[in-house]
Design a binder for this molecule. Structure first.
Ligand SMILES: [Fe+2]
Length: 271
């Protein structure tokens, strides 16, 4: 899973590094958060296609996904891009995707936090509702719903501001989700770990873009906004860009995680 792609530098880093990362880690499935791909704010269809062509199987998003209104129809027509699942009914697009790849059933769920973000529907109950229908592994339920004949590898992108809310969701989903990965804050956290029930967890995947920046944006503009309290137009930082995220190993027989390690890759680096 790869952290938020920020602007052209992020897209370029992804195109440069993701194919070799997928090869090196023998990744069966790749999720990339693209909500800042279009100059830092939202996505365009072209940016989405560049992320998919880099090797992403599913592209997740967050609160900025609504920035480009022309993208709303793409949310409806392209099932490989997700917006958070806990927006109220009627919001454009889908919040989860189930698919089979490399002999494994995958369920990807995008959720958004509510602490210091918009007060949308409950992310905890949104997961319950989706997982109850599509992720449950109890055999007697398979016939009932005509569902997956084997455990599902469930990947959750939790786009949230609050560390406490992210950890709470991690423990709430522990043993049900294979991986719970936070996004949105753009600074990779060093708390990647396996939770007691077998879910892999990290508070924030980090950011794909220019690291010598303020969350991927131009440092001087961000400092000026903070100091002068004037809403100067934000621009993406320019410079050397890198890809950040995690690689998790999942036992396909149980859907439980076996390991989770952080990825940080700048041009021509290994590891
Ligand atoms: Fe973001």
């Amino acid at each position: 899973m790869i952290g938020d792609v920020v602007g052209e530098p992020g897209l370029a880093a992804l195109e440069r590094e993701l194919p070799s990362l997928i090869h090196e880690y023998k990744a069966d499935f790749t999720v990339v958060n693209g909500e800042n791909a279009a100059d830092g704010f939202g996505m365009t269809e072209r940016a989405l296609n560049r992320i998919l062509q880099s090797g992403a199987d599913v592209v997740t998003s967050g609160n900025h996904v609504w920035e480009k209104r022309e993208f709303w129809s793409v949310l409806e027509s392209n099932d490989r891009v997700l917006r958070p699942a806990n927006y109220p009914p009627g919001a454009p697009g889908n919040g989860w995707l189930k698919m089979k790849k490399n002999g494994v059933f995958w369920l990807v769920i995008n959720l958004q936090g509510r602490d210091r973000l918009r007060n949308i529907d409950c992310p905890f109950r949104a997961f319950d509702a989706i997982f109850r229908t599509y992720g449950d592994v109890e055999p007697e339920r398979h016939e009932l719903y005509g569902m997956f004949p084997q455990p599902v590898s469930t990947l959750v992108d939790f786009h949230a501001e609050s560390t406490k809310e992210k950890e709470s969701l991690g423990f709430y989903l522990d043993s049900r989700a294979s991986v719970v990965a936070g996004t949105h804050t753009h600074v990779q956290t060093a708390d990647n770990r396996l939770l007691p029930g077998g879910s892999a967890y990290i508070t924030d995947l980090g950011m794909t873009g220019v690291q010598d920046s303020i969350i991927g944006m131009d440092t001087q503009i961000c400092v000026d906004r903070a100091v002068k309290q004037v809403l100067y137009h934000l621009e993406c930082a320019q410079g050397e860009s890198s890809v950040q995220g995690i690689a998790a190993e999942i036992d396909e027989k149980t859907g439980k995680a076996l390991s989770i390690r952080r990825i940080g890759r700048t041009a021509s680096e290994q590891g």
